[in-house]
Design a protein around this ligand. Structure first.
Ligand SMILES: *[C@@H]1O[C@H](CO)[C@@H](O)[C@H](O)[C@H]1NC(C)=O
Ligand SMILES: *[C@@H]1O[C@H](CO)[C@@H](O)[C@H](O)[C@H]1NC(C)=O
Length: 222
């Protein structure tokens, strides 16, 4: 039997599209719509039902011109989601990050089974109190700023990491690292037979969590 887990893809103005499109491309193989096509060799233990949330109704436009019509706004949510996925982007900066997004995460995090962030999405998690006492990583080009900004919080920021898992919180480094983390998450959730099959279709290379060249790129290794 396949257990469906709901995912809140937490969007906001000036989010980075690939941050959530990358991991969702992998997880989309396990949405009810694709499961109905019966492409997988075995029945997966979990499927995923995504909702795309935003701060307001109407299309959200990304830097490349892509427009996404949100499923609902944060204010309209009444249910608890199983999984939260928070992308990064310029919209996570302190002067831009919407309070409704922070409040939503603060409210949902205690009841969520898994919390995933990509890139500077972990900055939003930090603000919502999700990373206190945890190890995490983030967008390497903003690493020092985010480390400085959150110095009063008890967060161990890991410089050399494509992604970091601490308990049920998964944080990834910049943009494409979210796809690597998405694969690792898929592998954990549905096992390597299914995950590897999907990987083959999407042609994602397997990386280890610490296989990260961008820590050195930004001089973050001491
Ligand atoms: C990463 O951080 C840099 C510097 O703050 C910022 O310019 C860039 O937009 C961020 N990238 C993403 C996708 O969040
Ligand atoms: C910081 O987090 C670590 C790991 O959870 C914990 O052992 C430690 O007590 C925390 N420190 C403070 C000051 O809260």
């Amino acid at each position: 039997m396949t257990v469906l887990l709901t995912i809140a893809v937490c969007l906001f103005p000036e989010a980075a599209a690939l941050d959530f499109v990358g991991p969702m491309e992998l997880l989309s193989f396990l949405t009810p719509r694709v499961l109905a096509l019966k492409l997988l060799p075995i029945s997966p233990p979990f499927g995923f039902e995504p909702a795309y949330l935003s701060t307001s109704k109407g299309p959200l436009e990304f830097y490349g011109g892509l427009q996404v019509l949100p499923t609902k706004t944060y204010d309209e949510v009444t249910e608890q989601f199983d999984i939260l996925l928070i992308p990064g982007g310029l919209g996570t900066w302190p002067d831009k990050c919407p309070q409704t997004l922070i409040d939503f995460i603060r409210k949902q995090a205690p009841g969520a089974k898994y919390i995933l962030s990509v890139c500077s999405g972990s900055e939003v998690l930090a603000r919502a109190g999700v990373l206190d006492g945890k190890r995490a990583t983030t967008n390497k080009s903003a690493f020092k700023r985010i480390q400085e900004e959150t110095r009063d919080l008890n967060i161990t920021w890991v410089p050399k990491a494509r992604w970091v898992v601490d308990g049920n919180v998964w944080t990834s480094s910049g943009v494409t690292a979210g796809t690597d983390m998405g694969y690792a998450f898929l592998d954990k959730m549905v096992g390597s037979q299914i995950a590897n099959g999907i990987r083959g279709v999407v042609e994602v290379s397997i990386r280890e969590a610490d296989d990260d060249e961008f820590a050195e790129f930004y001089g973050l290794e001491h």
